[in-house]
Write a protein that binds this ligand. Sequence first.
Ligand code: HEC
Length: 172
Amino acid sequence: MRLVVLLLIALPLLADDFFEKKIRPVFATKCQVCHGAKLQSGGVNFTTAEGFTKAKGKIVEVLSYTGKVKMPPGAKLNDEQISDIGTWIASGAVWPETAAVAKQPEQTHWAFRPVAKVTPPSVSDPKWVKSPVDAFILAKLDEKNLKPAPPASKLALLARDLRSHGIASLVG
Ligand code: HEC
């Protein structure tokens, strides 16, 4: 009896593990660019359990490259990936509830997020801020209780410029 209870608890966990290691990464890297939250080519969306369930019946065929529609286009998955997905679909293909939308790369990676307007932070010395970028620098200095260096003299700037051009011997 105890064993049965254990199995009942363990099996879904094992299935989740298989999904996380073998299934989700393939869908995330090979399919979701075209079948994700932003783009649903052919009406297929692999970021939700619902979208997945709708397309389930066609997946093995498109992966096998035997029919008219071949997925992913132009680059067949390797045999192991295809057989893992086949196994997973044959075993009922549960898209775990824990496959939360937030975990998908296009939702979290900065490169997939839309450009947003950012308000520069408020700083100890607003006069020092000549461009909005300065506010971010000064805010970090403030955080660490540091003060910005005083502005360089014209001569010092010229010396830096010459050095950066490799004419250091002229300015010492
Ligand atoms: C570069 C974009 C792209 C990628 C990547 C891609 N697909 Fe597709 N997929 C499409 C387009 C476009 C269609 C619809 C056009 C068509 O039917 O040929 C489609 C259609 C489908 C369909 C529906 C087929 C049908 O007969 O209705 C399935 C299932 C599918 N894709 C699965 C996948 C899977 C699984 C992956 C990843 C292994 C994947 N796709 C990767 C572009 C893509």
